[in-house]
Design a protein around this ligand. Structure first.
Ligand SMILES: [Cu+2]
Length: 206
């Protein structure tokens, strides 16, 4: 029985890592190649997708995951120079908030940069406000960002040419997370998921 449970957990971990790898690969393929899906995988909260973060917001105020307890969190990791996936994800967040109407008060979209060297609070402010002023954008030291990416099992790689090229790219996994009012994993989806599917998912947890 214990063995079975362990095997199931290993399969779940493999599924998540596979999903993240697919997300990272899809980043540089045409958008139609990426899957438009919503996944709710029972057991991921127990094996620890998500967790602590200690970052700062666009007013340079310290913010942690605990600040958002009691709300559902929509979490995207990315960077403002991103040419495709990140803006689509943030537009999706904005569309979801619009469709939710008053229920959006219980949903907090959060954008965590993978590129704190360029994404200062000022840069993040104008970027997320372009989509919705209700999106909380977070940055911090490289160590603080890495602690958050580790908690969420996010893959990223800074462009090797970044010392010479100010327009360097950051390869990164393209998974958007839904976290529960208790801060634990509920589901994930992609920037290609239709907003009404995300709204339907959220309404089941509101
Ligand atoms: Cu991106």
């Amino acid at each position: 029985m214990l063995g079975l449970t362990r095997r199931r957990l290993v399969a779940l971990i493999a599924a998540v890592i596979g999903g993240v790898a697919i997300g990272a690969g899809a980043h540089f393929f045409t958008r139609s190649d990426a899957p438009a899906f919503v996944r709710e995988v029972t057991g991921l909260a127990e094996i620890g997708i998500g967790g602590r973060f200690n970052l700062v917001d666009i007013d340079s105020r310290p913010r942690t995951d605990a600040d958002f307890r009691g709300k559902l969190m929509l979490v995207e990791f990315g960077y403002t120079f991103c040419p495709d996936v990140c803006p689509l994800g943030l537009q999706l967040f904005a569309d979801v908030l619009d469709q939710l109407g008053p229920a959006a008060d219980d949903v907090q979209p959060i954008f965590i940069t993978l590129d704190p060297e360029r994404d200062t609070p000022e840069v993040l402010r104008s970027y997320v406000n372009h989509f919705s002023p209700r999106i909380v954008a977070l940055t911090g030291s490289r160590e603080a960002v890495d602690a958050a990416t580790k908690a969420y099992r996010v893959y990223y790689k800074l462009g090797a040419d970044r010392a010479a090229n100010p327009n360097y790219l950051v390869d990164h996994s393209a998974i958007l997370y839904v976290m529960g009012r208790d801060g634990k994993y509920l589901a994930h989806f992609t920037h290609e998921t239709p907003p009404d599917r995300v709204v339907a998912l959220l309404r089941r947890h509101l």
